[in-house]
Design a protein around this ligand. Structure first.
Ligand code: CA2
Length: 146
């Protein structure tokens, strides 16, 4: 059986669609999950879609994706800008990995300009709202073809 694609989501993304829609849009994380699940299915892959507010749990999920998955997409949310543990976990896996953001952190507060994650992933997509996930997943699916 084909290994699943993992999509991991960091802290507070469970609140999507409920607050700050001017920054993050009106779609909920469940809406995003449904879209990604349909796109993965039509490409012949199953999906493990996870959200956690706990840094160590995200590290566990990255390790699981490295052992049991075929590829990984991650929106580490605020941990993007702080987490050496998530950086190290991503460096430790051999499957392709995409960093994704709804907003464009480079256009926001200066503390969001540093990503510890970008240095550890195959590529990054940001600034397209919920569509960043669709674009990121297409990029990952293309990588899996090669
Ligand atoms: O743009 C993104 O996807 C971010 O990863 C979102 C993070 C932020 O810390 C990053 O700099 C960029 C924040 C996610 C918080 O999501 C919320 C959603 C609704 C209400 C409040 C927070």
């Amino acid at each position: 059986m084909t290994k699943p694609i993992y999509i991991l989501n960091g802290p507070n993304l469970n609140l999507l669609g409920q607050r700050e829609p001017e920054i993050y849009g009106y779609q909920t994380l469940s809406d995003i999950e449904n879209d990604c699940r349909a796109a993965a299915k039509s490409a012949g892959y199953s999906l493990e879609f996870r959200q956690s507010n706990i840094e160590g749990e995200i590290v566990d999920h990255i390790q699981e994706a490295g052992n049991k998955g075929i590829g990984l997409m991650i929106n580490p949310a605020a941990y993007t800008h702080t987490s050496v543990a998530i950086h190290d976990a991503l460096k430790g896996i051999k499957v392709p990995s995409i960093e994704v953001h709804l907003s464009q952190p480079a256009k926001r507060e200066s503390f969001r300009r540093r990503s510890f994650v970008s240095e550890a992933v195959t590529g990054t997509i940001s600034g397209f709202g919920a569509n960043s996930y669709n674009l990121g997943l297409q990029a990952l699916l293309n990588l899996l073809k090669t």
